[in-house]
Design a binder for this molecule. Structure first.
Ligand SMILES: Nc1ncnc2c1ncn2[C@@H]1O[C@H](COP(=O)(O)OP(=O)(O)O)[C@@H](O)[C@H]1O
Ligand SMILES: [Mg+2]
Length: 249
C-alpha cells in the first residue's frame, strides 16, 4: 500500500496543501480531482521531492510499510514510485528509446526495442518520434503519450499521473485509459489527477477524492465524479468561509 499521512506542502512558506491523508492499495486506482489551483500538482511534485516545495514536518509517505518521506527523488523512484508530469520538460538530444534503455540498465536488448515499437503502434505514433529528443517539439498529446509510455515501462509499484488527459483527442484518451487499467491489472497502484469526468469514465477507479484549497473535502466513488460533472465543483465542495474548518471526512 502507498500511504500519504498528514501531507502539507509549502511553496515560499505558503501552505498550498493542508494535511492530506489517503492511501492507494496495490492495483487500486485513486482519482484525485479538484478545481484549478487547488494544490493537486503541488502535492504530486512535493511528494516526489521537487525542491521548489517543502513538506510539512508531520508528513509521512510510506511504500508497503516502508517510510520513504526523507528519501531523494531518485531513491523514491527506486522504491517504486513514478510520476508522470502535467508539463513534461523537453530533453533535446536524448531520445525516448535511449532514455528507456538507460533506465532499464545496459540490457539494451532487442526485446526492449520490440516492446517500445509495439507500444508506439498502440498509441499510433511513429518510430521517428521515438528517435527524436524527448518532448522536443512534440505536440501536447504526444508528450502525454510519451509520459504514459514511460509509466508503462518504468512504474514498478505505484504511479501518479498529473493531468495525463489534458489535450488528448478521443482515441488517445481511450488509449491512455486502457494503459492505466492495464497497470492496475499488473497490480500497480495509480493516483490519477484530473478534473474531467471523461477519463474517470474509462477507468476502473476504486476511489474518488476531491481536493479544494489544499484539503481533501470529499471522498467517494465514481458516482462522485459524475456528480461533479453534473453539478460543478462549487456546489459539491460548498466553498467554506476562510476560517471555517473543513471536516476531514
Ligand atoms: N512553482 C509555483 N510558482 C508559483 N505558484 C505556485 C507554484 N506551485 C504552486 N503554486 C501555487 O499553488 C496553488 C496550487 O497550484 P497547483 O498545485 O498547480 O494546483 P492544481 O494542480 O490543483 O491546479 C496555486 O495557487 C499556484 O499558483
Ligand atoms: Mg495541476
Amino acid at each position: 500500500m502507498l500511504e500519504f499521512k498528514s501531507i502539507s506542502c509549502f511553496f515560499n512558506n505558503e501552505k498550498i496543501v493542508d494535511t492530506v491523508s489517503f492511501s492507494v492499495g496495490k492495483g487500486e486506482i485513486v482519482i484525485l480531482m479538484g478545481p484549478n489551483g487547488s494544490g493537486k500538482s503541488t502535492f504530486a511534485h512535493a511528494i516526489m521531492g521537487n525542491p521548489l516545495y517543502r513538506l510539512g514536518n508531520d508528513a509521512v509517505i510510506a511504500v508497503d510499510g516502508h517510510d520513504i518521506t526523507k528519501k531523494t527523488t531518485e531513491e523514491k523512484a527506486k522504491e517504486g514510485l513514478f510520476l508522470a508530469f502535467q508539463n513534461p520538460i523537453a530533453v533535446p538530444g536524448v531520445s525516448v528509446t535511449k532514455l528507456l534503455r538507460e533506465i532499464q540498465g545496459a540490457q539494451a536488448s532487442g526485446t526492449l526495442l520490440k516492446d517500445v515499437r509495439s507500444y508506439a503502434q498502440s498509441f499510433d505514433f511513429s518510430d521517428t518520434l521515438l528517435s527524436r529528443g524527448i518532448n522536443d517539439g512534440f505536440s501536447g498529446g504526444e508528450k502525454k503519450k510519451i509520459e504514459m509510455m514511460q509509466a508503462c515501462f518504468l512504474a514498478k509499484k505505484y504511479a501518479l499521473f498529473d493531468e495525463i488527459d489534458t489535450g488528448l483527442d478521443a482515441d488517445a484518451l481511450r488509449a491512455i485509459a486502457t494503459s492505466i487499467n492495464a497497470l492496475k491489472k499488473k497490480n500497480i497502484g495509480c493516483v490519477v489527477i484530473t478534473h474531467y469526468l471523461r477519463l474517470v469514465d474509462y477507468l476502473e477507479a476504486d476511489k474518488v477524492l476531491v481536493m479544494h484549497k489544499g484539503q481533501i473535502v470529499k471522498r467517494g466513488t465514481k458516482a462522485l465524479a459524475s456528480l461533479i460533472e453534473k453539478e460543478g465543483y462549487e456546489k459539491i465542495v460548498k466553498v467554506k468561509g476562510k476560517n471555517e474548518k473543513i471536516p476531514k471526512k
